[in-house]
Design a protein around this ligand. Structure first.
Ligand code: SF4
Ligand code: SF4
Length: 360
């Protein structure tokens, strides 16, 4: 008599990541019709296991697509293939932004190699990423490079409750399982197995939590310390703190956390955040010199005068159209009191930089 089969074995990592996607609001459909695609209505289509490379997993594929969703935001999530139009070769920087974000979120759990992509970008881009994946080569604009900005904005989206808990739960479960499997591997093989070393061997231990409590530490070998971070504040005596909300104690010489932002790069000429998308308006009073000296830049708001905007930028702001072109305020000596009082390195400045993707 044939035994009735009433259960189906499922790959536990696949279960974890399908559930993660569902908790965020996506459906995963496996199909031989696509390698990886989306329908713009919440369905992520992923090829059958037989279509994946030997060193790939559904877990990685889902994480990669979720990173695309984070980079592209609500608008991209409503479009087929996240609106990327790869086949016209139009947007390589958007794929790069996805990969930077993927490297960062996986790296926080020691999974950067284990959950690495297996597309053509693996050799040409992913393997060249530095420890801090939000950083491009200086000649491409360094931390201002377009894909770095888009990736950081994606990270800000990942911090929203709808994303954060499902993603962290899936990554933590994957990391726990991965370390157990790595450390308990058997050497036996089934006939027909390819003689490749196991992917589980590349799993790393999760980086230790930073004393500040907000993110894991950078590897000590990077030599990056809190004392050179834009968010670090040294007061009188031994008073030291990280200005990020809910941060724990930090020291000047302590190794930095993964949210590190170099204070040396706080430079208004390469930033312009407070004069563009970070804020909607700069109000002025009728008594300020700018009203008489630059009437073409003044408009009347509902109740007060404001500086005119051009798109998302203050009309007085020039430059910054490429990652290496500096910004400039064309009315700097006559700028309104609000701009005059806005201090580089202040909490508002750091928040403005976060809003435009210059800071995590
Ligand atoms: S954000 Fe900067 S100051 Fe704060 S814990 Fe991280 S490295 Fe240290
Ligand atoms: S004050 Fe801060 S936010 Fe404004 S341009 Fe300068 S560095 Fe950027």
């Amino acid at each position: 008599m044939q035994r009735p089969v009433t259960r189906r074995y499922e790959d536990p990592l696949a279960r974890i990541w399908i559930l993660c996607a569902e908790r965020i609001g996506f459906r995963i459909v496996r199909t031989s019709e696509a390698y990886a695609s989306t329908d713009g209505r919440g369905t992520i289509l992923i090829g059958e296991d037989s279509q994946l490379d030997a060193d790939d997993s559904l877990a990685q594929m889902i994480l990669h697509e979720l990173c695309h969703a984070l980079v592209e935001g609500d608008e991209g999530q409503r479009q087929t293939d996240w609106g990327l139009g790869y086949y016209t070769g139009a947007n390589p920087w958007r794929e790069q932004a996805c990969l930077r974000l993927q490297a960062f979120v996986a790296g926080r759990f020691g999974l950067r190699q284990f959950l690495a992509p297996t597309t053509d970008f693996r050799e040409s881009f992913w393997n060249q990423l530095p420890d801090d994946p939000f950083q491009a080569a200086p000649e491409h604009g360094g931390r201002r490079e377009k894909s770095c900005i888009a990736a950081r904005i994606g990270w800000q989206r990942a911090l929203k409750p709808a994303w954060r808990d499902p993603m962290d739960t899936a990554l933590a479960a994957t990391a726990r399982m991965a370390v157990l499997v790595r450390d308990g591997q058997s050497h036996s093989r089934h006939a027909g197995d390819e003689p490749l070393p196991s992917l589980w061997n590349v799993v790393q231990n999760q980086p230790p939590p930073h004393p500040g409590g907000l993110a894991p530490e950078w590897p000590e070998s990077t030599g990056i310390t809190c004392g050179t971070c834009a968010w670090f504040q040294a007061g009188r005596g031994r008073y030291r703190r990280c200005r990020r909300p809910q941060a724990g104690p930090v020291t000047d010489t302590g190794i930095a956390c993964m949210l590190y932002e170099p204070a040396a790069e706080l430079d208004c000429l390469t930033c312009g955040a407070c004069c563009r998308e970070a804020y909607d308006a700069v109000e002025v009073t009728g008594r300020e010199a700018v009203v008489k000296l630059h009437p073409d830049l003044i408009v009347r708001g509902d109740t007060r005068l404001k500086l005119r905007r051009e798109g998302s930028r203050c009309a007085a702001l020039q430059g910054g159209h490429t990652a290496t072109e500096p910004y400039a305020c064309t009315i700097y000596p006559d700028r309104p009191k609000t701009c005059h009082e806005f201090t580089q390195g202040s909490a508002h400045c750091l928040e403005a930089r976060q809003r435009v993707g210059l800071s995590l």
